[in-house]
Design a protein around this ligand. Structure first.
Ligand code: SF4
Length: 426
């Protein structure tokens, strides 16, 4: 059985491939690309059907961050001409969120620049969440405020947050190359705090920062181990005025391979195409929908996305449908695991108990892959799985042909929506 048959069969069973198999996906050639997308598409349809979850970003506080993340337009010393403003008022943030929900978003992501929130900041976000949920009680809220201190995740959970986003971004071994003001371990700690408080963990990566294939595979397996329910895959937006401004080393083909690898390692987890979708996938965006089951609607934190209507048209034209507020995103066994983790309140990585000892009835699946894999076998498919295609031979390939080529024409700073008087594009 060749690589793609193996990966498809494992994905349909909810099993994780080996590290070598994940690396082999990244080494496929352009001739094999459509076969890779088709294989990942079968896995995606098995667990998520043809649904696309829409998420909407509200940047509560923009720029002026004291941290030095090299990829970030809001970093210390950034010369990127982005919007800079301090905390939006609750009604301003709720108004921005409403635009996203009206456009079809079922999750609103409340983000603030900075190392981490103060307790006063948690109060602010609590008020904002109340204003959003007053207008639309069904909307999911994910909060992204940086590194969390003790009890802050619990406060956010009690205030109605559904999820917390904190990305690992890159592998542990290269983390020090992109940030010096905090560590990979700090990031893992915050994801664990969020998960331990019963928040759904949203944690992902950034590709295109000069990392190796091994780095990408390392971080994706680390995210799997952490029990992330949602994995945003960002493609670096090389903002002028940041240290990575010249890191134009992604192609649409490379992005699709990365998405496919992430999908095979996370067959039943939400995989989201995040920042850089328009910049790097460009006209290949619809193929990304065959692999990922989630995207952002409209603009990003500090850069413009394509118009929200263009996102909706793309989804429809590609034969997919927007996931409704009443539809569960995760397959039932994954949702049960998340609920169990919430009920027992145990941090994913620190829970060493067997499922039966947890007392939650569902098992602490995020502690490792096995509980989830066993559950996956008995899960009814979201749609019937189709037969595996065969694939041709695999050789190494390099499609990162645009390295060093400046495409700053593709990066547009966001000057509308949250923090401005202008309407958002959702
Ligand atoms: S990623 Fe977050 S912590 Fe890092 S510089 Fe940007 S806003 Fe600050």
């Amino acid at each position: 059985m060749d690589l793609l048959d193996t990966l498809t069969a494992k994905g349909l069973r909810g099993e994780v491939p080996t590290r070598e198999e994940a690396l082999a996906v990244l080494a496929t050639t352009d001739d094999e690309l459509l076969d890779v997308v088709a294989a990942a598409g079968k896995v995606r349809r098995r667990w998520f059907g043809r649904r696309v979850k829409l998420n909407y970003l509200v940047n509560l506080k923009s720029g002026l961050c004291p941290e030095d993340c090299n990829y970030c337009s809001q970093r210390l010393g950034s010369k990127a001409e982005i919007l800079k403003y301090t905390w939006l008022k609750s009604d301003q943030a709720a108004e921005a969120a409403r635009a996203g929900v009206a456009g079809g978003a079922k999750r609103v992501c409340l983000v603030a620049s900075g190392r981490g929130p103060t307790d006063r900041d948690i109060d602010r976000v609590t008020d904002t969440m109340a204003a959003i949920k007053d207008a639309d009680p069904e909307v999911e809220i994910c909060v992204c405020l940086g590194l969390l201190s003790d009890n802050q995740a619990e406060r956010l959970k009690a205030a109605g947050a559904d999820a917390y986003n904190h990305n690992l971004n890159t592998s542990e071994s290269t983390y020090g190359d992109i940030t010096t003001t905090h560590t990979y371990a700090d990031r893992v700690d915050t994801v664990q705090k969020a998960h331990g408080a019963g928040l759904s963990a949203c944690s992902g990566l950034i590709a295109g920062m000069g990392e190796t294939d091994e780095d990408l595979v390392d971080v994706v397996f680390a995210l799997r181990e952490l029990g992330s329910d949602s994995v945003p895959v960002n493609f670096l937006i090389p903002f002028e005025g940041t240290p990575l401004a010249k890191e134009w080393n992604l192609t649409p083909q490379r992005c699709l391979r990365i998405l496919a690898m992430v999908r095979f390692v996370n067959p039943d987890t939400e995989v989201r195409i995040a920042g850089g979708r328009e910049v790097h996938l460009r006209s290949m965006q619809p193929l990304g929908l065959h692999i990922a089951n989630s995207i952002f609607l409209g603009d990003y934190l500090t850069s413009e996305g394509q118009a929200g209507q263009a996102d909706l048209d793309m989804i429809k034209d590609a034969g997919f449908e927007v996931e409704g507020a009443g539809e569960a995103t995760l397959p039932r066994h994954r949702a049960d695991i998340a609920a169990a983790a919430s009920a027992c309140g145990t941090a994913a990585s620190s829970c060493g108990t067997a499922a039966s000892a947890c007392g939650s009835g569902g098992g602490c699946g995020p502690c490792g892959g096995h509980a989830h894999e066993e559950a996956a076998v008995s899960e009814e498919p979201a749609v019937s799985a189709d037969a595996s295609d065969s694939a041709d031979s695999f050789g190494s390939a390099d499609s990162a042909a645009s390295a060093g080529e400046l495409r700053s024409d593709l990066v547009k700073v966001r000057l509308r929506g949250a923090g401005t008087e202008l309407a958002p594009n959702a």
